[in-house]
Design a protein around this ligand. Structure first.
Ligand code: SAM
Length: 371
């Protein structure tokens, strides 16, 4: 038996002011953190709201009508987001992922995508711009997103069985509508598409094989995510984690797999190809096989807090700098100083603790900093 831990303080309020260092740093695209890890990937949460209530992420009993979502005035504007993103790109970011909450709930998101698509990497290349979505609004928006400059999407889908899926999203949303969203994204050319399935033992692990069979040979890469102890409200327990090794075993027993090389340094997923050449799957094993050593991701919350780890309990307030007339050079230097001080490696440290030691620890919610 585990007890649901309800946070007594609002973790969003725990932040340190981003400071302008006395000597400004000129961005070179080669910024490294305290462990020598570069900054390549920026995840931007554009809203803390979602129309799903997945129990592992935004459980209904906490995220109810009384939950204090951020007021509109707290949100970074598109101009503010683009300005911050530009500084990150100058420090070496090559990929931007829009997330949330449900990013497609943010009004006129296409305008932000257009602005981000105009940025260029230090090498003068376009950024890799992608978005993670629950797919519910994708059918309506896929064309416009593509036209704005979005390159690809990752769609979250936790099973094909309608009853299982409706129970997991906890708002009775049908699986068929997400599948139509995926089809619309494919038709719009938002590829290669990835589908993320969070696996919870005893809840949807019976969906692993049906999902593998369904997406095999479609060009869509299905990725299985270990249920993680993010946030402080999902009542996470180690016995509900199905290790990725077991996912691979179960699929391999029916559909033989061969391990593939990582596609890029810092890639979160371990890749496995179908032995018959009909595509690949990925497994993301943050719990059983930490990948902190090459983590090159920064996260910008909806209201401009910079988080250095998905499991962080404190952010660095960039919005204050942005709204207090800091120059671009000052903003870039503040970001550099924060990244240079980064030594976070939560998942590696968790691995050395007893199984449930981290459960209920005060951590910021994933819906706030983005997945
Ligand atoms: N609403 C969008 C979506 O559904 O993809 C984006 C935000 S969501 C927080 C991003 C990803 O995080 C989703 O794939 C979701 O399944 C995953 N996620 C949320 N909570 C998780 C948890 N406790 N463990 C593993 N993955 C989780």
């Amino acid at each position: 038996m585990s007890e649901r831990v309800i946070p007594l303080i609002d973790q969003r309020l725990v932040s340190v002011a981003a400071r302008i260092p006395p000597e400004l740093t000129t961005p070179t695209g080669l910024l490294g953190d305290a462990l020598g890890r570069p900054l390549r990937d920026l995840r931007i949460s554009v809203t803390d709201r979602c129309n799903f209530r997945c129990s592992y992420c935004m459980p209904k009993d906490i995220f109810d009508k009384d939950y204090p979502y951020l007021p509109h005035s707290s949100l970074l504007t598109f101009e503010e987001i683009t300005r911050v993103a530009r500084q990150f790109v100058a420090h070496g970011v090559q990929k931007i992922r829009l997330t949330g909450g449900e990013p497609l709930l943010r009004k006129n998101l296409e305008i932000l995508i257009e602005q981000l698509a105009a940025l260029r990497t230090v090498e003068g290349q376009p950024l890799d711009i992608t978005l993670t979505t629950n797919g519910s609004l994708l059918q309506r928006k896929a064309q416009a997103l593509k036209a704005a400059g979005l390159q690809r999407v990752t769609v979250s889908l936790d099973g094909l069985d309608d009853a299982t899926f409706r129970a997991m999203n906890d708002v009775d949303f049908p699986v068929a509508d997400v599948l139509e969203g995926i089809a619309a994204a494919q038709a719009a050319g938002l590829g290669p598409i990835k589908v993320n399935m969070v696996v919870k033992r005893g809840t949807n692990d019976q969906e692993i094989l049906p999902m593998a069979r369904h997406f095999k040979g479609t060009g869509i890469v299905l990725r299985f995510i270990e249920y993680m102890d993010v946030g402080a409200t999902n009542g996470w327990r180690m016995d509900e984690v199905l290790p990725s090794a077991e996912v691979v075993q179960r699929i391999h027993a029916e559909l033989p797999l061969v391990q593939l090389d990582a596609s890029a340094p810092g890639e979160t997923a371990e890749r496995w190809g179908y032995a018959d050449g009909s595509g690949e799957i990925g497994v993301i094993s943050s719990v059983t096989q930490a990948f902190c050593s090459d983590c090159n991701r920064a996260r910008l919350s909806t209201e401009g807090q910079l988080y250095l780890c998905l499991f962080a309990s404190q952010g660095h307030d960039l919005r204050h700098l942005i709204r207090s007339n800091a120059t671009d050079a000052q903003l870039a230097s503040a970001i550099a100083a924060i990244w240079q001080g980064r030594s976070d490696r939560y998942s590696e440290l968790r691995a050395s603790l007893p199984p449930d030691a981290g459960a209920g620890t005060r951590r910021v919610e994933m819906s706030y900093i983005g997945g």
